[in-house]
Design a protein around this ligand. Structure first.
Ligand SMILES: Cc1ncc(COP(=O)(O)O)c(C=O)c1O
Ligand SMILES: N[C@@H](CCOP(=O)(O)O)C(=O)O
Length: 472
């Protein structure tokens, strides 16, 4: 399986090189040349097998020719062995035809663990084989950073630098990142937004000298391996509700568009998904884009679902690439419009293609609080505020089409956002006992201006792993 850049001007790479490359050298995102297809028997055969084995089966065609089957199987087993629930991503029914898929059973209580635990193992294997190290730089609005730090802490081959927007993540999220003592971990509080952090990250990737000099690698959903690992729970969730014989929809709390893109990829691979329902908070660029056809960021509004406080949804580029007939020149022109005039119009045919598969709904702060309260009242289940946006959008979909079940992705544990939960139901959800130490442990982080040059020099000064060879 070979991978190409959405911008059309970077070398084609194999899976292991894509894994280490992060952003393509031309500033684009890597996508597979074709999506592997699974027939109905292969999908049905996923029923009842351990999550780790389903992951190894589903990821194998993407990794063909790079990671042998036994290495992949070992990596998935090890990655999911530390999850709190035996089924890794359990499904819970909260109303008629409405289910939540709990993706927060991993070590940092958010869906990011499902991909990150595996990514760390695969990256280590690839680095070991090359006899080199890497410098991982990540941008986070709260959860990717914690998951990456947990997955890579204490490892010899990698240094990890995580940029998070100062004052714009929850206390639990911040403490997950800043109370880790391992010397290969560097939490950077950026005086800016997540979008600023992601823009600096992409710019560092475009700087060839820096990229090759420090062996830059990425763990955001820029990295195709993240997206692939996230397709797995769409399959396991759907199969446990009767797929491929039964069609269903997914409601996905969305920010950087990685998670819902994974659903789109699962559908391309053959999973019968009816609708992919994009739920946003007040940062509603995706809902506006689908409604009006204009992709145009506005300033970021802080909300009680901070991990979705994102305007520039990186992975929307991958969807647009497909919707525009995989024409890199047209895609480059669209993104030039974004740089030059602050937005672009999605071509009519592409918009039609996107609307055929996706719905989008922006959920207000009041609606989010009301949804947490309603679900608690009616089913005794506590939603985190991100998941609540998805459940709210799911209920609207069910009102229109009550016979198609909807799975809402539960992307974080409610204990990560105690203020939002307390406001909605009058009491906070407790942190699991094993995590209580972060509430009192000493914090370690560096506060830096929203200044690319300063970030670059901080990383260069502190990067410990010195790569022998250049990156991609
Ligand atoms: C808890 C939570 N929910 C939803 C999202 C949005 O996911 P994505 O950025 O993949 O759209 C994030 C951030 O990624 C998150 O941390
Ligand atoms: N919501 C994310 C933002 C980064 O998204 P990613 O999926 O591209 O890593 C976060 O919590 O950090």
């Amino acid at each position: 399986m070979q991978y190409i850049s959405t911008r059309g001007d970077a070398p084609e790479l194999a899976f292991d090189d894509v894994l280490l490359a992060g952003l393509a050298a031309d500033g684009g995102l890597y996508v597979p040349k074709t999506y592997p297809a699974l027939d109905r028997d292969a999908i049905a055969a996923l029923a009842g097998i351990p999550y780790a084995d389903a992951a190894a089966r589903l990821i194998a065609p993407f990794a063909a020719g790079t990671f042998p089957g036994n290495v992949l199987a070992q990596a998935t087993r090890s990655a999911y062995s530390g999850f709190s629930h035996a089924s890794v991503a359990p499904l819970v029914q909260i109303a008629d035809n409405l289910f939540v898929l709990e993706l927060f059973q991993g070590p940092t209580l958010a869906f990011k663990d499902l991909a990150m635990q595996l990514l760390a193992r695969l990256m280590n294997h690839a680095l070991e084989q090359r006899g080199r190290g890497a410098t991982i730089v990540g941008a986070t609005s709260g959860d990717t950073g914690a998951a990456a730090i947990e997955a890579f802490r204490g490892q010899d081959r990698v240094d990890v630098f995580i940029l998070y927007p100062d004052g714009r993540v929850s206390d639990v999220q911040r403490r997950q990142m800043t109370t880790v003592a391992d010397s290969n971990i560097h939490a950077i509080a950026l005086k800016g937004t997540f979008d600023d952090a992601q823009s600096i990250l992409k710019s560092l990737f475009r700087d060839k000298e820096f990229r090759t000099g420090v062996g830059l690698a990425g763990v955001n959903s820029i990295n195709w391996a993240r997206v692939v690992a996230q397709t797995v729970y769409y399959f396991t969730g759907a199969v446990s509700l009767g797929a491929p014989l039964r069609k269903l929809s997914f409601a996905v709390p969305t920010g950087n568009f990685g998670d819902v893109l994974a659903g789109y990829v699962a559908k391309r691979m053959g999973l019968p998904i009816s609708r992919l329902i994009v739920a946003t908070n007040a940062n509603d660029i995706l809902a506006r884009a689908l409604a009006t056809g204009r992709y145009e960021p506005r300033g970021v509004t802080p909300t009680q679902s901070p991990s979705m406080d994102i305007q520039l949804s990186s992975n929307f580029e991958r969807l647009l690439f497909d919707a525009m007939g995989r024409d890199p020149a047209a895609l480059r022109a669209a993104f030039a419009g974004l740089d030059q005039s602050g937005g672009f119009d999605i071509p009519e045919s592409a918009l039609r293609a996107i609307r055929e598969e996706f719905d989008a709904r922006s959920v207000s702060e009041e609606e989010t609080t009301a949804e947490i309260a309603r679900t608690w009242r009616e089913s005794g289940y506590v939603l985190d505020p991100h998941t609540a946006t998805g459940v709210r959008a799911a209920r609207e979909s069910l009102a229109k089409d009550p016979s198609t079940p909807v799975i809402a992705l539960a992307t974080a544990h409610p204990a990560k956002f105690p203020a939002a939960i307390e406001k909605a139901i009058g009491r906070a959800a407790p942190l699991p006992a094993k995590m209580e130490r972060i509430l009192t442990a000493a914090e370690r982080y560096t506060l830096l201006d929203n200044d690319e040059a300063r970030i670059r020099s901080f990383i260069a000064e502190n990067a410990r792993a010195k790569p022998v060879g250049a990156g991609a």
